[in-house]
Design a protein around this ligand. Structure first.
Ligand SMILES: [Zn+2]
Ligand SMILES: [Zn+2]
Length: 205
């Protein structure tokens, strides 16, 4: 499973899992692409339901273990405004139940074969320093917030509007391109072709 979603979603999660005929105990890992509140909020609840292990990069494990809710800075005008709106209007009401990170990732790759998944977790910092992506051997890459493609965040696939380090985001895009990624699945929005990465990187060289 990728990401632990917004907070207090355990019951909805269970219902949706049933719809696609997956039993909670079939989930072995919850790989957290990064530690922002909308990606880790129900991890504690889902861990309890499934018995799965939470997997997270070392730089952000304390966000989940100590219920922290940091927001990345806006890197576009809209990103700055959007970030402030969310920080003032939404984040204060979010409760992130703390839970342990069971498998702590470093900067090296984490293969998933022993869990029955043909792929690996790769460190792709930029949106946050502990951001990771799940890259399958098929070329499908689940990148969390390393890219965005959803209104009101943005109108077309591209760079995140919030990021700790935008130049690092581009380096991580290059890393995924070099590692054979073909289709990008952002956490917010529809999937899109790696060509978007290729074109953006060309524009910036
Ligand atoms: Zn994020
Ligand atoms: Zn997000």
């Amino acid at each position: 499973m990728i990401d632990g979603g917004d907070s207090a979603k355990g019951r909805v999660f269970l219902k949706n899992l049933e719809k696609i005929s997956i039993k909670p105990k079939e989930i072995k890992l919850i790989i957290l692409t990064h530690g922002h509140w909308d990606h880790i909020g129900s991890t504690a609840e889902i861990k309890e339901i499934s018995g799965a292990k939470a997997v997270m990069h070392k730089n952000e494990k304390h966000w989940l273990e100590k219920s922290l809710k940091p927001m990345p800075p806006g890197v576009t005008t809209w990103g700055v405004i959007f970030g402030k709106l969310v920080t003032w209007g939404l984040v204060p009401f979010k409760k992130i139940p703390a839970t342990d990170v069971d498998i702590v990732l470093g900067d090296e790759e984490f293969p998933l074969y022993e869990y029955g998944i043909a792929g690996k977790v790769v460190h792709t910092p930029g949106h946050s320093s502990g951001s990771v992506s799940i890259l399958l051997d098929t070329g499908e890459a689940f990148v969390g917030d390393l890219a965005m493609n959803k209104f009101p965040l943005c109108l077309k696939p591209g760079l995140p509007i919030l990021a700790e380090d935008l130049s690092q985001v581009r380096k991580s895009w290059q890393k995924l391109l070099d590692s054979g990624a073909e289709t990008i699945y952002p956490a917010h929005g529809e999937p899109f072709s790696i060509d978007v990465f290729r074109e953006e990187l060309l524009r910036n060289t």
